[in-house]
Design a protein around this ligand. Structure first.
Ligand code: FES
Ligand SMILES: [Fe+2]
Length: 353
């Protein structure tokens, strides 16, 4: 699991003035919407004695801990300690991490890391969002699998025939389609493109946890239809994820067909899920170690190469070190940590492997 990417934390409609507790990257977060409509995302563990802030309530745009009533504003700064005498001063280090939040596509994304704004990888763009002539229904569901395996399944061009036979995919794959396949590097990811007159397929990843699959299909009569899938994945921990999937199309649009398309996608999901949940090792190997990869798998290698670069930058959370240290709580470091000052809670340990 990696720091410094945008993670889908909840649907916009799930976040109101009452706080919501969300687990991501093995840590807990408290989301709440202040009176201005802005969603705030704080590290959930109270600094005083470890209460769960999301179990408290919002008062005057601050989150009040349920245990002794300390209050924290949207920036994570403690604004009230009820037991302080009238002239008492709130210590400067009484603050919890607060993370940048952006609402897009009806989803609350939080940037879980400490990169300054100019250096952050952007959220994967759904270019068709809001465009006339497109329907983009959405699905949200969990898998008991590591985020890396989930993203790699989205990049895998050759499993459909075997995993999805019930959807009429037998014989759907022609090895000749791979002859002119191209691997294209992007700013934060890689794309695997296969082009035939019948169908153009683009699979790609953006960062550690966003992924797309675009199909450009000959519909006959000189027309083409487009099916664009966008997947935003939140690792809950090393072994489970929540996936937010958008299914865009520019043909047979409308709500009735949305239901049909969503149901069909869910049936695919049910076929993928047991296969991916049963893979070993749970996390993707380093490079091709222990796997016999073929040319069509080179996009997986490209993804793994990116992951290795991000590990070298100190972005991979050392989940084992955290599990081995049950008497400590850690926090995902937020951008404010770059300004210095004292932080009571240690940043999550990172590892290079
Ligand atoms: S634990 Fe939160 S106020 Fe005491
Ligand atoms: Fe699949």
């Amino acid at each position: 699991m990696y720091l410094n990417f945008w993670y889908p934390m909840a649907l916009s409609e799930e976040v109101s003035d009452a706080p919501v507790k969300v687990k991501a990257l093995g840590q807990y977060f408290a989301l709440f919407r202040s009176t201005s409509g802005q969603v705030n995302c704080l590290a959930n563990v109270c600094l005083h004695r470890g209460g769960s802030l999301a179990a408290g309530k919002q008062i005057d745009d601050c989150l009040q801990c349920p245990y002794h009533g300390w209050q924290f504003d949207g920036a994570g700064k403690c604004t009230r300690i009820p037991t302080l005498p009238a002239d008492g001063k709130i210590p400067a280090r009484a603050r919890v991490d607060s993370y940048p939040v952006e609402e897009r596509y009806g989803v609350v994304f939080a940037f879980l890391g400490d990169l300054p704004e100019a250096e952050r990888p952007p959220i994967l763009e759904i270019k068709e969002w809001g465009l006339e002539g497109w329907s983009i229904p959405r699905l949200v569901y969990p898998w008991e699998a590591n985020v890396e395996r989930v993203i790699e399944n989205g990049l895998d061009a050759t499993h459909t025939e075997f995993v999805h036979p019930s959807a009429g995919m037998q014989g759907s794959f022609d090895p000749a389609e791979l002859d002119d396949a191209k691997l294209i590097a992007h700013a934060w990811g890689n794309e695997f493109l296969t082009e035939t007159p019948r169908v153009v397929i683009s699979h790609g990843h953006h960062g550690a946890n966003h992924q797309w699959t675009h199909l450009d299909v000959d519909m006959g009569g000189g027309t083409r239809g487009h099916f664009n899938f966008y997947s935003f994945v939140r690792p809950i921990d090393e072994n489970s994820v929540m996936r937010y999937l958008f299914i865009g199309r520019d043909f047979n649009t409308g709500e009735k067909q949305d239901k049909y398309i969503s149901d069909m996608t869910l049936s695919f999901e049910k076929e993928d899920r047991p296969v991916i949940e049963d893979m070993q090792p749970v996390q993707s190997p380093v490079g091709s170690s222990g796997e016999l990869l073929l040319p069509e798998d080179e996009v997986m290698l490209a993804y793994r190469k990116n992951l290795a670069e991000w590990r070298a930058r100190g972005w991979r959370i050392d989940s084992k070190a955290i599990a081995d240290d049950p008497r400590n709580t850690y926090a995902v470091p937020s951008p404010a940590r770059r300004d210095g000052g004292t932080w009571l809670r240690k940043a999550v340990p990172v590892c290079a492997e």
